[in-house]
Write a protein that binds this ligand. Structure first.
Ligand code: ZN
Length: 160
């Protein structure tokens, strides 16, 4: 069957940045399994897969606008170290969740300089062009349960 809204699709993929570095891959894992048309994937990838079928391979280049969005400078902030719990060790690369006006946001510590801590709330792939090599392994109709949950079940999907 062809990929359309409410299909469960399994893909193997490699994601490469414009610098040629592999950023993510399904290599060595179950294929990524998702419910098409429910925002499980970035919009650009769903769009590219629409109408394709099992066994097809494709190369897709996705702009930030159709990926994880543009990089937003306003999500980068400097915070005094005194705002953090002194009992907690703090290191570059640490991630934590903060409450913002628009809801919870995961931020990462990007720099610690003296009493100043820089945090970045951008998605690690924000502002990046994403180059996907995709092979479609399986396309099937979703079950009632998957449709009501809004995601795929089984290996490579949700297990719960
Ligand atoms: Zn579920």
């Amino acid at each position: 069957m062809k990929i359309a809204k409410d299909c469960v699709v399994s893909i193997n993929y490699t994601l490469t940045g414009d610098d040629g570095n592999v950023m993510d891959s399904s290599d060595g894992q179950d294929p990524l399994t998702f419910l098409q048309g429910h925002g499980n994937l970035i919009p650009g990838l769903e769009k590219a897969l629409e109408g394709k079928t099992t066994g097809e391979e494709l190369k897709v280049s996705i702009n930030p606008e159709d990926g994880y969005g543009p990089y937003r400078d306003e999500l980068v902030q400097d915070i005094p170290k005194s705002n953090f719990d002194p009992g907690q060790p703090l290191a570059v690369g640490d991630q934590f969740q903060v409450e913002t006006e628009v809801g919870p946001l995961v931020v990462q510590v990007t720099k610690i300089e003296g009493e100043n801590v820089s945090i970045d709330g951008n998605h690690p792939m924000a502002g990046k062009t994403l180059n996907f090599d995709v092979k479609i392994e399986e396309v099937r109709a979703a079950t009632e349960e998957e449709l009501s949950h809004g995601h795929a079940h089984g290996p490579g999907g949700h297990n719960h």
